[in-house]
Design a protein around this ligand. Structure first.
Ligand code: DHB
Length: 308
C-alpha cells in the first residue's frame, strides 16, 4: 500500500505536504520541511521586493484554526530562486509560489523560476490584494491576462492557487481558462478572506491590520475547501491535478479530500501549530484508513465520493 501520487506528472512520495504560508520563508525553515515527511517543499509566496509584512498582532490562533493578515512577509523572489539549488539534494519536489502586486510582477517571477531548480510553479491568484482591488482570481479578465503571460513561459508546470468560489458558475468559468491555457494543477483553497474575529472583553478585533479584517484558516474552512475541490473535479475530472488545502489536520481529513478528487493535500494551520512532525503523523493515519478500507493506492480512492 502506498500513498505515492503525482501532481502535473511530478512524482510525490506521499499524499501530504506543506502549504505555502507558515514556516516556509527562510532557508532554515525550508530545510526543516525538506527533512520532514512532507512530500514536497512548498515555499512562501514571494513578491519582487522583500517585505516585512503587516504590523502585529497579525496571526492569532483560534479554537478551530486561525485568523491572519500577514501582509506577505517574504525575502523577495530572488532569494527563493537562489535557494532552489540548495534544496535540490533532498530529492523531493520543490514548489515556488509567486504573488505579484501587478501583472508584470507575475510574468517576471514566473520567468525567473522557469530558469531555477524548482519543479512546479504555483501562481497565487488569491494573495492579499492591493487596497480597493479584488483578489486576482475574482477578476476573470485580469486572471486571463496573467495566464496568457505565464502559461507559455517554459517547461515547468504552472499551477493556480484559488480563493474559495461560492457559485458553481465561477468554477466553470475558471475551468474554461484552465483548459484554454493548459494549466498543470490547481490548489484549492486559499484562506477565506475578510473575516472578523472579535474579543468581547477588549471590544476589539483580535488582529491589528485592516481594522481586524483577516483571513480565516483551519477547521472552519474545511467544508468550503472540500466543495471547491469537488466542484473543480466534477468539471475537469482527471485532466488536471488538484491540491486540496483547508483544514487538513488528520489522515481522515486527507481521506475526505481524496474522495472529493484531490491528488494531494497541503497543510498550513496544523503545521504552524504542531510543527513538521505533523506530516509523518497524518501520512500514517491516512495509510491506516486506506488499508482498513481495502484501497491499495491513492488512484483507487480518488474522486470516489458517492451521493445520497
Ligand atoms: C499571505 C496570505 C495569503 O493567503 C497568501 O496567499 C499569501 C500571502 C500573507 O498575508 O502573507
Amino acid at each position: 500500500m502506498t500513498t505515492k501520487t503525482k501532481i502535473a506528472d511530478i512524482e510525490f512520495d506521499s499524499y501530504i505536504c506543506n502549504a505555502s504560508g507558515p514556516l516556509d520563508s527562510t532557508l532554515e525553515e525550508l530545510k526543516d520541511i525538506a527533512d520532514s515527511k512532507s512530500s514536497a517543499i512548498i515555499m512562501k509566496s514571494c513578491t519582487i521586493e522583500p517585505r516585512e509584512g503587516n504590523p502585529e498582532p497579525r496571526y492569532v490562533r483560534l479554537p478551530l484554526g486561525s485568523i491572519q493578515s500577514m501582509g506577505l512577509p517574504n525575502l523577495g523572489y530572488q532569494e527563493y530562486v537562489d535557494f532552489s539549488p540548495q534544496l535540490k539534494k533532498y530529492k523531493k519536489p520543490i514548489v515556488a509560489s509567486v504573488a505579484g502586486l501587478s501583472i508584470e510582477d507575475y510574468e517576471k517571477m514566473v520567468n525567473a523560476f522557469q530558469d531555477s531548480e524548482v519543479d512546479l510553479i504555483e501562481v497565487n491568484l488569491s494573495c492579499p490584494n492591493l487596497e480597493g482591488k479584488p483578489q486576482l482570481a475574482y477578476d476573470l479578465k485580469q486572471t486571463e491576462e496573467v495566464l496568457r503571460r505565464v502559461s507559455s513561459s517554459g517547461k515547468k508546470p504552472i499551477g493556480l492557487k484559488f480563493p474559495p468560489f461560492h457559485d458553481l458558475v465561477h468554477h466553470r468559468q475558471m475551468a474554461y481558462l484552465i483548459e484554454k491555457y493548459k494549466i498543470g494543477f490547481i490548489t484549492c483553497i486559499n484562506s477565506v478572506g475578510n473575516t472578523l474575529v472579535i474579543d468581547p472583553e477588549t471590544e476589539m478585533p483580535v488582529i491589528k491590520p485592516k481594522k481586524g479584517f483577516g483571513r480565516l484558516c483551519g477547521d472552519y474552512i474545511k467544508p468550503i475547501a472540500l466543495a471547491n475541490v469537488r466542484a473543480f473535479y466534477e468539471v475537469l475530472g482527471d485532466k488536471i491535478s488538484i491540491f486540496g488545502v483547508g483544514g487538513v489536520k488528520t489522515g481522515t481529513d486527507a481521506f475526505e479530500f481524496l474522495l472529493a478528487g484531490a491528488d494531494a493535500v497541503q497543510v498550513a494551520t496544523a503545521f504552524e501549530k504542531e510543527g513538521s512532525g505533523c506530516f509523518s503523523r497524518m501520512t500514517s493515519e491516512l495509510e491506516e484508513i486506506l488499508q482498513r478500507k481495502g484501497y491499495n493506492s491513492i488512484k483507487e480512492a480518488k474522486g470516489k465520493l458517492g451521493h445520497l
